[in-house]
Write a protein that binds this ligand. Structure first.
Ligand code: NAD
Length: 434
């Protein structure tokens, strides 16, 4: 099938590459010239394991092209995916400017009947507006139908998730358009759920809100475990063995971040407000997460009295391992609080440091190597559980710090890991291990 993808970010690029991999002819369109130039040279503008290799393979096979020219990119396509950003606007709602621009663009440039597939996460009712916009901008006597096909991939394992996801949701009020999208996706061999347009739009928000709720719930139980001498890992294991609860997403820590959960939970609160529904639960989930991000700073202040003049190494700056994405990373809140407390902050991340420099306070210094960060530090904070950070922090702290002290926001170590080591170790939801 001939497919165009509008937007080559984390979702659009991965979608384009994977659709090419299963045999479709894909043209990826982006307004960002720099990105398109890089892509044409075979360089992925984002860090995502396995992406560049698969991109190259499909470019070489002639199934994958990149352009910033939507007249060329949209010409003669049978199916057009919208995968542009839907960032949070000031009032919490999803900003649909990019989606609606893409829809107008489609209307102005299509030369045959098309199916428009929305991958972007959009509020309930948006796809109907997308169709209206496409139809009201048509130049030729052609027609467009819309399908909501929300994306569930996780950054850091996006390629794996595209081929091994739990389900593909295809929501539409037009049977034929839904059949076409089902046919496109068949080679993935994943369970397909057909729904109405509105249900598909809601499924995406409800999934993210539920996962965020699970995280805030376990973090509240962790905070309570500290006060009651329970051990959060034992508690999580015990509740996770109940198949009604499940054992995933029960890792206590310093909360969720990234490009989706924070903005999608806020957007769902706004969607609720707009229909006079007070979503108490979700509002609490958001507040709990905001507090949780700076938990380590509070713990360190409790331990030292003041952080003024202390050198703090922040290990891991990306919002999670295996990505360079800094959007809503806990490191942003932590670095700001530490700078406000008068601490000197040294940041280290194996991949995301360049992106971090754009969003962390300018007072933050950066280390190119983890050793360099730990050598300078009075105290170490683990914020992101990159493999390298988990493997090296304990040993390097004992080697290079006079009085090693680690505040671990991701509970990377067990009692056995710490056995016989002279390290003060403070984590989340567990008695101080040693
Ligand atoms: P992104 O910001 O990484 O990428 C968006 C891209 O769209 C950018 O490259 C931008 O230049 C391009 N763009 C914007 N307007 C354009 C236009 N009119 N024509 C062509 N290109 C245009 O965003 P993302 O992280 O890929 O997210 C895209 C959507 O998918 C969002 O709605 C997001 O909520 C959703 N989503 C993201 C993830 C994730 O893990 N990142 C997962 C599931 C769903």
């Amino acid at each position: 099938m001939k497919i165009a993808i509008i937007g080559t970010g984390y979702v659009g690029l991965v979608t384009g590459v994977c659709l090419a991999e299963i045999g479709h002819e894909v043209t990826c369109i982006d307004t960002n010239l720099e990105k398109v130039d890089q892509l044409k040279k075979g360089i992925s503008p984002i860090y995502e394991p396995g992406l560049e290799e698969l991109m190259e393979k499909n470019r070489a096979a002639g199934r994958l092209e990149f352009t910033n020219n939507s007249i060329i990119g949209l010409k003669d396509q049978e199916v057009i995916y919208i995968a542009v950003g839907t960032p949070q606007s000031e009032d919490g709602a999803a900003d649909l400017t990019y989606v609606f621009n893409a829809a107008r663009n489609i209307g102005e440039n299509i030369t045959r009947n098309v199916v428009v597939v929305t991958k972007s996460t959009v509020p309930i009712g948006t796809n109907a507006k997308v169709r209206q916009l496409v139809m009201s901008n048509l130049q030729d006597n052609v027609c467009a139908e819309v399908v909501s096909n929300p994306e569930f991939l996780r950054e850091g394992s996006a390629i794996h998730d595209s081929f091994n996801g739990d389900r593909i949701v295809i929501g539409t009020d037009n049977q034929e358009a839904g059949d076409i999208v089902e046919e496109i996706n068949k080679p993935f061999g994943l369970p397909i759920l057909r729904t109405s347009l509105h249900s598909a739009e809601m499924i995406k928000y409800a999934s993210n809100a539920f996962l965020a709720t699970k995280i805030s719930f376990i973090n509240e139980i962790a905070n309570l475990s500290e006060k009651t001498n329970a051990h959060i890992e034992e508690v999580a294991k015990g509740i996770g063995m109940d198949s009604r609860i499940g054992n995933k997403f029960l890792n206590a820590g310093i909360g969720y971040g990234g490009s989706c959960f924070p903005k999608d939970t806020q957007a769902l609160v706004k969607i609720s407000e707009d229909c006079n529904h007070d979503f108490h639960l979700l509002k609490s989930v958001i507040t709990i997460n905001e507090n949780q991000k700076t938990l380590l700073v509070r713990k360190a202040k409790e331990r030292f009295g003041t952080l003024r003049g202390m050198k703090v190494a922040l290990l891991g700056l990306a919002f999670k391992p295996d990505t360079d994405d800094m959007r809503e990373a806990a490191s942003i809140s932590v670095a700001h609080e530490l700078v406000e407390e008068g601490a000197e902050v040294i940041g280290y991340d194996p991949i995301a440091a360049d992106n971090a420099k754009k969003v962390l306070p300018e007072e933050v210094l950066y280390a190119d190597q983890i050793e360099e960060a730990i050598k300078q530090a009075d105290v170490v904070f683990i914020l992101t559980e990159w493999k390298e950070i988990v493997e090296k922090t304990l040993i390097l702290s004992t080697l290079f710090m006079n009085e090693p002290i680690i505040f671990d926001g991701r509970n990377c170590y067990t009692n056995e890991d710490l056995y016989n080591l002279e390290v003060e170790y403070i984590s989340v939801g567990r008695e101080n291990l040693s």
